[in-house]
Design a protein around this ligand. Structure first.
Ligand code: ATP
Ligand code: MG
Length: 449
């Protein structure tokens, strides 16, 4: 353990969020130890803006709650305090201790207890930690953390940084190093494999040899992680500014394949399949948008990554069952999403958008009559159009032509739009239009049907 004084580490109070400082001061005043820890300290030492500030303390959650009016206790596996300042949330965790393997009831649902078996240990058969709510000292807390660069504690009382595992040195040498025995630590929590890759890509660091060695083989352990947690992780991996670099590393370590088994079926030696090109394209575009401070839509990214697996599946279904392509396409869309949410629980609000974007790709070619006008009113029209534009980089002339038609249509005035549709109608299109008998207008007010 090493302690760095204020003048040695260069972290200044003005780099730390006011709210985080308030929490540190209040805990100190209440007679507790409190430290900034984890990514906050790591990023400040790297002169990067931390994403969030996490605090560790020897106060219990109840004691924290009694100090702050704006405090909410959350979590079952880890009990944590959230101190709320409007939209800003400061997370405060009580120092965690070691586990004794005393008989304990499982508190989270785990694959191992699916059949109603009761666990008699805080670890599952695979060595995964099922409970993590034993309080401890700061030394124990440091040992329980994942990487050396994440086990540094900043005190607002004396402005020191306490470095438990030579994190400062690893930070200077740009090394991601797991604390303790890597295999044991990965078995305790397989998500640490994803975190190793995430920090390496995000901080442009190298994963130390012993830390890297077991990953490829242990990667399948990720299949035991609850899909909701993997959804959260997938956002941090792919939508935090270094998505492309992260994807390449994840793939190298056999981790991406666990998160997206459907995509893995489309992987090639030389990364040349349409699916792989699309993945690289969408992640590069996402990184660029984030660099420009623009918003990114997770649904768009999932829709893009899964697009060619979807069209391949639709063709297979159509061929095998004789269903019309449109119907086969809708069946395939449901299948693909059902399969994907098994590993990553993409929330329904996103899968709905994914399905909308996909469905409209089929509808873009049906432009006759009022259809084109109707399509433009769809709330997801813009996303769907952008999606088609993206596809036009990978697919044939048809889609290029269609994209340019829609581009012109959007940018025309009403009479011109009418003319464009008329041309489609006259052309007969590739899909001859069946005329429905004209319905006579009813004199009454419209009913909503
Ligand atoms: P960032 O917030 O920039 O993504 P971070 O390191 O702060 O990175 P968090 O998920 O916010 O990551 O976690 C805060 C700290 O909690 C980490 O720095 C680490 O010390 C500890 N930690 C988080 N997840 C784990 C884990 N799975 N195993 C052990 N320690 C962990
Ligand atoms: Mg953090």
């Amino acid at each position: 353990m090493q302690v760095f004084q204020r003048q040695e580490h260069g972290i200044s109070r003005k780099d730390i969020s006011e709210n985080a400082l308030k929490v540190l001061y209040r805990l100190n005043k209440g007679g507790y130890d409190a430290y900034l820890v984890g990514g906050g300290v790591r990023d400040l030492l790297l002169h990067k803006q931390p994403k969030d500030f996490d605090i560790a303390t020897n106060a219990t959650p109840e004691e924290i709650k009694s100090l702050f009016r704006n405090c909410r206790l959350i979590g079952r596996r880890f009990r944590l305090a959230h101190i709320l300042f409007g939209r800003d949330v400061i997370e405060v965790a009580t120092f965690r201790g070691h586990h004794s393997d005393v008989p304990a009831k499982v508190e989270i649902k785990d694959k191992a207890d699916e059949k109603g078996k009761q666990q008699v240990s805080s670890k599952s058969q695979e060595g995964m930690l099922l409970r993590d709510n034993v309080y401890g000292t700061i030394d124990e807390d440091a040992e329980r953390r994942d990487f050396t660069i994440n086990a540094m504690y900043y005190s607002a009382k004396d402005f020191t940084v306490t470095d438990y595992a030579n994190g400062v040195e690893d930070l200077n040498n740009r090394i991601v190093r797991l604390m303790g025995d890597p295999e044991t630590r990965y078995r305790e929590d397989p998500v640490r494999m994803l975190r190793a890759v995430r920090f390496a890509a995000k901080l442009d660091m190298t994963i130390e040899e012993k830390t890297a060695a077991p990953i490829e083989e242990l990667a399948p352990l990720l299949r035991d992680i609850p899909s909701a947690r993997l959804f959260e992780e997938s956002l941090k991996l792919l939508q935090a500014g270094q998505g492309l670099a992260t994807y390449k590393l994840l793939r190298q370590y056999n981790l991406f394949q666990q998160l997206f088994p459907i995509l893995a079926d489309h992987f090639t030696e030389d990364h040349s399949s349409q699916t792989e090109q699309m993945i690289e394209h969408i992640l590069a575009a996402t990184d660029k948008r984030i660099a420009e401070d623009k918003r990114v839509n997770p649904a768009f990214i999932y829709a893009a990554m899964l697009w060619y697996p979807l069209t391949t599946r639709a063709e297979e279904i159509s061929f095998a069952s004789g269903l019309a392509f449109y119907d086969a396409f809708m069946v395939a869309a449901n299948d693909i999403l059902d399969e994907q949410v098994r590993s990553i629980a993409i929330p329904r609000r996103h899968t709905t958008t994914v399905r909308d974007i996909w469905q409209q790709q089929i509808r873009f070619s049906r432009r006759s009559g009022k259809r084109a006008f109707k399509m433009m009113e769809h709330p997801k029209f813009r996303a769907a159009y952008d999606f088609m534009e993206m596809r036009s980089h990978f697919e044939g002339d048809d889609i290029v032509e269609l994209t340019s038609w829609w581009n012109e249509f959007q940018n025309s005035d009403r009479p011109l739009r009418g003319k464009m549709v008329q041309e489609v109608n006259d052309d007969g299109g590739r899909r001859p239009r069946r005329r429905r008998p004209q319905r006579r207008k009813k004199p009454q007010a419209k009913t909503s049907s």
